[in-house]
Design a protein around this ligand. Structure first.
Ligand code: MG
Length: 209
């Protein structure tokens, strides 16, 4: 038995459109028409708070936006609208459902993701896969506060499952592949963005493990 950890964005789930469309949808839900410079300011503030491991960077970034610009909406409403828009826009990466189901027969599956626990696990729940993952590790869990490729998040993952073999499956080379390898994981690199590849080769993965 191995412990197989999956990244979330670009590995288990992907957006049906671009992130710009999702933010636009969030403003739409709050009945606000954003000016051109609002999105850049929101993004800059989001990554600032995210980098500081704030518990709710969405809410904080919208609060900053509403302080800076005449936004006729409540930051809480905007933050909730954005998370709801993210949930509505996720779809499973093609091929992943069968692979996860098959791998779960013989292995312990986990999530190992950079992001807010409720949002990251919520996206996996949206596509109906969350129950397969017994070990759930997110960078912005107060007990973790480390992002891939840092050592501490990989150690937090290992601490959740007692086994000999740890595997990381992910789409981003530096955090998911290089980071995981440096901290004792076998790695599988998947790329859901290649247009002419219908599915990442999850089937091969499920056969090999
Ligand atoms: Mg990813």
């Amino acid at each position: 038995m191995a412990a197989i950890f999956f990244d979330v964005d670009g590995t288990l789930v992907r957006w049906s459109g671009g992130y710009g469309e999702i933010i636009a949808d969030a403003f739409d839900r709050a009945e606000v028409t954003p000016a051109d410079d609002w999105l850049a300011h929101y993004n800059e503030r989001f990554f600032h708070h995210f980098g500081e491991f704030a518990d709710d960077p969405y809410h904080r970034a919208f609060t900053d936006l509403c302080d800076e610009y005449p936004v006729d909406a409540d930051p809480r409403e905007l933050a909730d609208a954005l998370v709801a828009a993210e949930f509505d826009a996720v779809e499973p990466v093609p091929g992943v459902e069968r692979a996860v189901e098959k791998l779960a027969e013989d292995h312990t599956l986990g999530i190992l993701t950079n992001g807010i626990p409720g949002v990251q696990f919520g996206k996996v729940e949206e596509v109906g896969l969350l129950d397969y993952f017994d070990a759930r590790v997110a960078s912005h869990d107060p007990d973790v506060e480390a992002t891939k490729p840092d050592r501490d998040i990989f150690e937090a993952a290992k601490a959740r499952v007692d086994t000999e073999t740890y595997v990381m499956v992910g789409d981003d080379r530096e955090p998911d592949v290089e980071g995981a390898r440096a901290h004792g994981f076998e790695t599988v690199h998947v790329d859901a963005s290649i247009a002419d590849l219908r599915t990442p080769d999850f089937r091969t993965l499920a056969t090999l493990l």
